[in-house]
Write a protein that binds this ligand. Sequence first.
Ligand code: F6R
Length: 234
Amino acid sequence: MNIIVVKDNAAGGKKAFEIIKNGIENGAKVLGLATGSTPISLYNEMIANDLDFSDITSVNLDEYVGLGEDDDQSYRYFMNEHLFNKKPFKETFVPDGKNPNAEEETARYEKIVDEHPIDIQILGIGVNGHIGFNEPGSPLDGTTSKVALTQSTIDANARFFANEDDVPRFAYSMGIGSIMKGKKIVLMAYGENKADAVKEMVEGPVTTHLPASALQNHTDVTIIVDEAAASKLS
Ligand code: F6R
């Protein structure tokens, strides 16, 4: 794992953007994208820069089950607001949270992942070490599935909702196996509350208890962390 320590979130966004720019200039066509607070500085860089994304396809990690693009808490809405409405892409994929048929939706989405091999996968990390919505205990070779959110993730995400009861309990998420298919992986983590997860991801054993530890088995991973998130690394 290549670890880059930056001053803050804004510097991390610039660093991740450099990697994406370099990738696109060298032929990358498909980006794997994430939601949450972490990648916002990266998306702001993408919007501020004149790099053209009109030939680039994006494949997002996950979506809440039950929420559609008009729900302002859906990940599709988040992506439209924070990136796609301001930076046109060729094609953008997010799981369809409105499809009640989980078997159909997860198979459909994994096919999308296979038909659009991800050149650069952007990730954040949960305080419990999740990537996508792959919570502790998820299989390290899993494909897209319907997953139940843990209480820790519900608590962490409640800040975006009017109250905790509104946080959906299920999501469709690319699996850890789907994520590992990405040719290059860039994970960003900012803030002290991520320091334990970052330490376990980098220095702990590869274990389903800490889903991001699976990235140790990938040959091209860059971790961008601020000083607080890096503070427990030895
Ligand atoms: C988002 C996602 C999640 C987040 C993680 C960190 O699409 O898949 O794994 O990356 O929960 O969230 P933030 O960035 O809000 O701390």
